[in-house]
Write a protein that binds this ligand. Structure first.
Ligand SMILES: Cc1cc2nc3c(=O)[nH]c(=O)nc-3n(C[C@H](O)[C@H](O)[C@H](O)COP(=O)(O)OP(=O)(O)OC[C@H]3O[C@@H](n4cnc5c(N)ncnc54)[C@H](O)[C@@H]3O)c2cc1C
Length: 265
């Protein structure tokens, strides 16, 4: 790891100011992705601005079916939240599948979506739930937030403050995990809103990161049943082929995980 200077911010304003002081600075949340990349010398921020002690970034609020999750909320708090579980148990289930207990107690929602790993779980939930990502500058629909592999709409120095969404009538998440890292080889989040419309988001399989599948959405909007999934074509053109599996294999996983997500909703 290269030398770096650590700063503990106690407010959003202070974090933004500390970050603006240096082009080489980076925000530190749970450190579950940033620290390993620093150890591998793949990242060398001259300043680390720690966000974990900022109250404005913490907390889960559920009013009616409106859910708001602070960006600094550890995965485990989402996984074990009774308030979220009452209106959207699929999100608690998803958070409980992230990494291992250490990762779940340290890693945060904000760090996960800001990093936008193509095999991360939360991006599928944010897209499937039609969430709004609130930053220190604006509100971004999830559909505009995730822009590519490890890329988001965030501008330099912009902080994710929270994510908010209207809990759907029903939703499910199913993940085929990489046995070593637990990241998604393929994960599918399927949600049906109160008006019957369906959103299906896929992580771990897209060559350009998380995506929505229009064919599955149309079929499930017509009939919310695992049985309709078999008749939907999943094209391989934009799917990932790598060491862990080729595009055909992932196309099949998309269908299997979609069936399971709908069946468990
Ligand atoms: C062994 C292991 C297994 C894992 N398995 C999974 C898995 O199964 N599924 C999964 O989804 N993830 C998995 N992860 C990743 C994990 O979820 C991380 O917690 C997450 O990727 C990053 O969150 P963090 O809070 O640790 O962020 P950090 O590592 O602190 O930061 C990540 C990046 O986001 C930026 N950042 C952090 N917070 C903010 C913010 N509020 N606003 C703007 N930028 C911000 C940082 O500057 C940095 O660039 C795994 C990680 C490990 C080490």
């Amino acid at each position: 790891m290269y030398e770096t200077t650590y700063h503990r911010a106690s407010s959003l304003a202070e974090a933004v100011r500390l970050r603006a002081d240096s082009d080489e600075a980076k925000y530190l949340a749970g450190g579950m992705t940033l620290i390993p990349t620093m150890k591998q010398r793949l990242a060398a921020p001259s300043e680390l601005v720690d966000l974990r002690h900022i109250a404005e970034l913490r907390g889960i609020a559920v009013k009616g079916r409106r859910v708001r999750i602070g960006a600094g909320t550890p995965h485990n708090e989402v996984a074990t939240s009774a308030a979220i579980s009452a209106v959207c148990p699929a999100l608690c289930h998803l958070a409980a599948l992230i990494g291992d207990p250490l990762v779940r107690h340290m890693g945060t929602l904000g760090g996960s979506i800001a990093n936008n790993d193509p095999a991360a779980d939360y991006p599928a939930a944010m897209l499937g739930l039609d969430a709004t990502i609130i930053t220190d500058r604006r509100e971004i629909p999830a559909g505009d937030f995730f822009t590519g592999l490890f890329e988001t709409a965030l501008e330099d120095g912009e902080i994710v403050v929270a994510a908010t969404f209207e809990a759907p009538a029903r939703a499910g998440y199913s993940k085929f995990a990489n046995p070593a890292s637990r990241f998604a080889m393929t994960g599918v989040f399927a949600a049906q809103a109160a008006d019957g419309t369906v959103r299906v988001a896929v992580t771990g399989a897209g060559a350009n990161g998380v995506f929505r599948h229009a064919g599955l959405e149309a079929a499930l909007t017509r009939n919310w049943s695992p049985d309709v999934v078999s008749d939907v074509a999943v094209e391989t053109g934009d799917l990932l082929s790598d060491l862990h599996g080729n595009a055909d294999y992932r196309a099949n996983l998309v269908k299997v995980m979609a069936k399971r997500a709908v069946a468990t909703a």
